[in-house]
Design a protein around this ligand. Structure first.
Ligand SMILES: [Zn+2]
Ligand SMILES: [Zn+2]
Length: 366
């Protein structure tokens, strides 16, 4: 019987228990999960910051092997290796335009705990209610049901157990740089927050041949890692009197781009203030559902942009294969950000990332 890490109530620890999967719909596949990353959004949901129905199975950076395919699945077959990503409708104007992160029914497909028609993909071992479909997957589990559309097929010679974070965290950081900001060689970028999203953005900035790459984070170990991975300068906020001044001195007349992976008002403000004119700041960090920030309108004048980005504005079927090609060429070493944990230690993996000891924990399921 499959098992899942079940969240019974917000704020509680996961309980690993048996569960069952409901029958596949025509366009769905059943996947044996081989590895699943822990993303900040999973932790927000676990802590009750993001409202969702319980009991529920979280996990949305899964990767594994297809065990069974629905009757109308054409692109996948049993035995294929897939990275599961967020679910999208495939039919709305943004899906059709190759921008599925802005799918018009994104919330219903990814956050409501059921399929669009309200039916459940999961069932408790005693037959009780169990919510799934979290980001269209719920992969803190040994098996999961996902739609054919949110499964990205990958080569079998790749280490499938560590590929899951390419479906969300790494996609978000890399996509924000490569798809949205699109720096030219030699341009400057400042990245606030060296978690998995910020470090993936840094790897992408390095791959894009940015000239000056500045990393900001309170965790000194993260700054050491950022330097190893390509940051030209690093700053620890508690040790600087004025980060904006420091960045301006290095990038004069200011940075071409900045990325905020923190989501706090004071940081967004700094990320805007370090820009040259014109320059663009992308904010990607969700701190809470309601998060008022105050910025100086004067900083937006002269052509500065402040924009939000979800999931790197990426089409996962395009960006994930591209990131894997970059990885094979040594240009996107995302494996440096990963530490593996067994399924039984999922709570320990969460503690390790919350305490800043691990950038991207990945639960490996044998
Ligand atoms: Zn859509
Ligand atoms: Zn995520």
């Amino acid at each position: 019987m499959p098992k899942a890490a079940i969240l019974n109530n917000p704020g509680e620890a996961f309980v690993v228990e048996e569960m069952t999967l409901t029958p596949l719909r025509p366009k769905e596949v059943r996947v044996k999960v081989r590895g699943v990353g822990i993303c900040h959004t999973d932790l927000s949901a676990k802590d009750g910051v993001v409202p969702l129905p319980t009991p529920v199975v979280l996990g949305h950076e899964g990767a594994g092997e297809v065990l069974e395919v629905g009757s109308d699945v054409t692109r996948l077959k049993s035995g294929d290796h897939v990275v599961a990503t967020f679910d999208t409708c495939g039919e709305c104007q943004f899906c059709e335009a190759g921008r599925p992160a802005y799918c018009e029914v994104f919330a219903a497909l990814n956050y409501f705990g059921t399929r669009m028609d309200g039916s459940a993909t999961l069932c408790g071992c005693d037959g009780g209610d169990l919510h799934g479909s979290w980001f269209g997957q719920s992969t803190f589990a040994t098996e999961a049901i996902i739609s054919e559309r949110n499964a990205v097929k990958v080569d079998k010679d790749l280490p499938i157990e560590i590929l899951g974070p390419l479906g969300c965290g790494f996609l978000t950081g890399a996509g924000t740089v490569l798809n949205v900001l699109k720096p030219r060689a030699g341009q400057s970028i400042v990245i606030f927050g060296m978690g998995s999203v910020g470090l993936a953005a840094l790897l992408a900035a390095k791959a894009a041949d940015c000239g000056t790459i500045i990393a900001v984070d309170p965790n000194e170990k993260r700054l050491v890692l950022a330097k190893e991975l390509g940051a030209t300068h690093t700053f620890c906020p508690s040790k600087e009197d004025d980060i904006v001044w420091d960045v301006m001195e290095i990038t004069s007349p200011g940075a071409d781009f900045s990325v905020d992976c923190v989501g706090q008002g004071a940081v967004v403000r700094q990320a805007l203030e370090v820009l040259r004119t014109p320059g663009t700041c992308a904010t990607v960090g969700l701190a809470s559902l309601e998060n008022d920030i105050t910025i100086d309108q004067g900083h937006l004048l002269l052509g500065r942009n402040l924009m939000g980005v979800i999931e790197g504005d990426a089409d996962p079927h395009v960006l994930i294969p591209k990131l894997l090609d970059m990885w094979k060429a040594g240009a996107f070493p995302f494996d440096r950000l990963i530490e593996k944990f067994p399924f039984s230690e999922i709570e320990g993996a969460i503690a390790a990332t919350k305490e800043g000891r691990v950038v991207k924990p990945v639960i490996v399921i044998d």
